[in-house]
Unconditional design. Sequence first.
Length: 187
Amino acid sequence: MPNLPIFLRTIRSRSREHQRTMELLAGAGLAGQMVAILRQELDSMIRVIYLLTQNSGRREYLIGTLIRGEKWTRENSRAKITDRDMVDLAQKLQGWTKSVYKFGCAFIHLSCLHDYNDRDPLLQLPEHESSDIIEHCRYYHGGPAVGTTRFEDIVPYLPEVLKKISDNLDCYLEMLEDGEILQPSEI
């Protein structure tokens, strides 16, 4: 797969930049941009997971289209492969993918959540969505404390959330390098 090294280099470089950016944003207290970085890293992860479900020929084709700056399309069709398609697939492997992705999208696209300095974004979400975010943060990162449900309480954990996503991405990239294919029964 001649395009694979370029693809891997691109994803790994993007991930390293996200790590450095998160450190800077955390130091500056720029929470909205920290969430946006999570969403960008998650974008890489869902694409790699999607590639892992494809046979080697299809995988090479999709990687080539990305390198050429083209959109991914469904096999034998001009219909686009959507982020939702990839998020739904990744959600089967990582139970937290959808909630982090959706929350991150709200910080990528202008939304009511950008008013986070005056109105708590978690209170702007349906209760089950804010509960999911807080519970995932507690389960995977040890906080925030039970009883706290404010956005400001999860902000200190955002660098750890990025690390979790990045570590998963690294594992999936290694699987891609090794030519592994995730079978539907594994998802």
